[in-house]
Ligand binder design. Sequence first.
Ligand code: GDP
Length: 188
Amino acid sequence: QVRKKEASILCIGLDNSGKSTIINRLKPANARIEDVVPTVGFNVETFSTGKLFVTAYDMSGQGRYRNLWERYYKNCDAVVFVVDSTDKLRMAVAKEELSQLLNHREMKRKKNLPVLFFANKCDLRQSCSAVKCAQLLALDRGEWTRGGSPVHKTASAGPGRPWHICESNALTGEGLQEGIQWLTDQLM
Ligand code: GDP
């Protein structure tokens, strides 16, 4: 029997990006809720997926709850950052959200914390590609120097956070497993 790795994962992103839908889709079918209610504050879900036993904190994108999030920063093992790839207007807001998160003192300490991005809603015609989302989030610059397909195909040995971006369709689950596999590889 394979022992599962416990992982505490913060799922962050603006409201309406698809966080609840993604978490719901990752849960085993019998635990899936059919109609996900939009998040207020945050929800906690525990489930296993592949080799991970996950505690997912689904954080609302609403800034007024930010002080609620902070106490969870200390113990988290990874961040899943969800963006609505059709919402170009708010991509700058998402970028700011991301930067606030990673500039928090608890997060600054976790230099090797893996960050998985879902460029969600890739099924919609007006969606941006993963490469485009990575550019809009400025993942090709600054502290994001290591890993990170598809902008950086190969991992370099330089400093920076390990990251990865996947296009996803949370309604069908497309793209989610690729992301979770990457996260699993980072955490095992
Ligand atoms: P949250 O506020 O980030 O938790 O977002 P939700 O999970 O509540 O999703 C917001 C809305 O987007 C809902 O109406 C979802 O059904 C829809 N949605 C989520 N993911 C996708 C996706 O990949 N494609 C499409 N077309 N709609 C999605």
